[in-house]
Design a protein around this ligand. Structure first.
Ligand code: RI2
Length: 329
């Protein structure tokens, strides 16, 4: 595979392909693999020209970032690694490779630790005997629930199957393996069961500056049903899922995947008059979220901007502070 005249290492092509086809999935997992892909690309560079190395790595970074559009954790993790290369001012390719691989390791360690912290903080919000509901498969949410379960607090957990990719089945199996009382329900049963639920715990693919949470399609309906039933909604999200792009007015793009994830080719061929759409994320407005549990603390969604300001700085009159996160050139 060639990008901008550079050969992309096979391992990197594979990681991107696995992210695209959702073999590698979950916003945090995608981010860690994105960082790892850049480190692999750096190590595989065989030239001696530092400027050429930087151009090569930028081309690979853009290529990996484009694997999936919605989870902002992917561009954020890659931008983290690339910004270290910029700031590190290496004087040779060897030094640059060292800076990049160290940054990728740092990001991965940070990310894994963040999930552990979120598990501890999130579990504090679960009270003894709580009935929970979750959606899709989110590592951060599963860890919150397992931690609360080990503390003896979780009653029963309703897990939505989460069509069309059925990630709810992964969640149900993981929770059951931990001894959690799990009930797998069809997505359409969300309102039917919500009256029995005390708290909803879901993950995030992106959090916008206004506190809106972008997560697997159907999350906004869970939140709507939860509001009606007065169940609390908690979002477990590492801070690198907060989108700096939204500060400058960008909307989070919603990925639309193949119709064949919903119906097969034969059905499509038999029904040429039917259009099939498969959007895989939706946005839950901040009013429907009680708190976002991050590794930096539990915040109301309306405080999302504080996280972004801490991460990217304040410079209301310029966008320079965003340069490492947003391609503004
Ligand atoms: P963690 C997933 O997206 C789900 O929407 C999940 O809630 C979110 O990423 C966060 O997952 P997909 O990759 O980072 O399944 O908490 O499309 O694992």
């Amino acid at each position: 595979m060639e990008i901008a005249g550079y050969r992309v290492p096979l391992e990197v092509v594979r990681i991107r392909e696995d992210i695209k086809t959702m073999k590698i999935r979950g916003a945090g997992n995608i981010a860690r693999h994105g960082a790892q892909a850049i480190a692999i690309a750096a190590e595989k560079y065989s030239g001696k020209d530092l400027e050429d190395f930087k151009k090569y790595l930028k081309a690979v970074a853009d290529y990996v970032k484009s694997a999936r559009p919605t989870a902002v954790s992917l561009p954020n993790s890659i931008s983290y690694v690339m910004s270290r290369l910029e700031k590190g001012r290496p004087s040779s390719v060897e030094e640059a490779v060292e800076v990049v691989t160290r940054a990728a390791r740092e990001f991965i360690a940070y990310s894994e630790n963040a999930v552990k912290v979120i598990a501890q903080l999130g579990a504090k919000r679960i009270e003894r005997g709580d009935t929970l509901m979750t959606h899709c498969h989110s590592r951060a949410s599963v860890e919150v629930i397992i931690t609360a379960h080990r503390q003896g607090k979780v009653g029963r957990v309703y897990v939505k199957e989460t069509r069309p990719a059925l990630q709810g089945l992964i969640t149900a199996a993981e929770l059951a393996r931990e001894g959690v009382e799990v009930v797998l329900i069809p997505d359409s049963a969300v309102r039917y069961y919500m009256k029995r639920v005390d708290k909803v715990v879901v993950g995030a693919d992106a959090v916008a500056a206004n506190g809106a949470v972008i997560n697997k399609i159907g999350t906004s309906l869970v939140a709507l049903a939860a509001k009606e039933a007065r169940a609390r909604v908690y979002v477990a999200s590492e801070t690198y899922k907060f989108s700096p792009y939204t500060i400058i007015g960008e909307l989070v793009p919603i990925e639309v995947r193949e119709p064949t994830e919903i119906v097969d080719f034969a059905w499509l061929a038999e029904n040429p008059g039917v259009e099939v759409f498969n959007p895989v994320f939706d946005a839950t407005p901040p009013e429907y979220v009680d708190a976002i549990i991050t590794e930096k603390g539990v915040i109301p969604p309306q405080s999302a901007m504080l996280i972004l300001v801490e991460e990217y700085g304040v410079a209301p009159t310029s966008t320079e502070h965003l340069a490492h996160a947003v391609d503004l050139e």
